[in-house]
Ligand binder design. Sequence first.
Ligand SMILES: Nc1ncnc2c1ncn2[C@@H]1O[C@H](COP(=O)(O)OP(=O)(O)O)[C@@H](O)[C@H]1O
Ligand SMILES: [Mg+2]
Length: 142
Amino acid sequence: MQYENSYPVKGGDFKEAGKVAVLVKMALKKMGVAPEILRRAAIAAYESEVNIISYARMGTIRLQVRDDHIRIDVEDEGPGIEDIELAMRPGYSTATELIRELGFGAGMGLVNIKSCSDEFEITSEVNQGTKLRILFRIPETG
Ligand SMILES: Nc1ncnc2c1ncn2[C@@H]1O[C@H](COP(=O)(O)OP(=O)(O)O)[C@@H](O)[C@H]1O
Ligand SMILES: [Mg+2]
């Protein structure tokens, strides 16, 4: 199994929110990824996409599918995150009133990505951007 695709995400573009996650989900479905893994990967893609839209200028979500794993790499150009530990706390959010009115900004995105994934790494540079490396293991079916 070999698949790769890269999806651009534009900051501030809330009306497009969820579109990349749908494309990721469709690609994984087509690859025959098990529903339980697909569901977790789709959540991670969605929360990553919403964060780029909410906080960054632009970013990309890169999907790689292999026999034994799915990898989602998220990279954005934006303000970055000063205190990652704080940002990872359930309920912590700097979302604006506008973002909240649109139904986002519950402060559960990053923590959800982490709990959905099998491996999760976040790195960020203030005034540069943020990177997420999200991995899902695909168990051998025999
Ligand atoms: N890509 C990003 N760039 C800058 N800051 C971010 C990014 N992603 C998350 N953050 C910061 O981390 C906080 C927590 O993110 P998250 O858990 O997704 O919750 P929410 O987006 O609902 O606030 C955000 O409020 C924001 O301050
Ligand atoms: Mg979020």
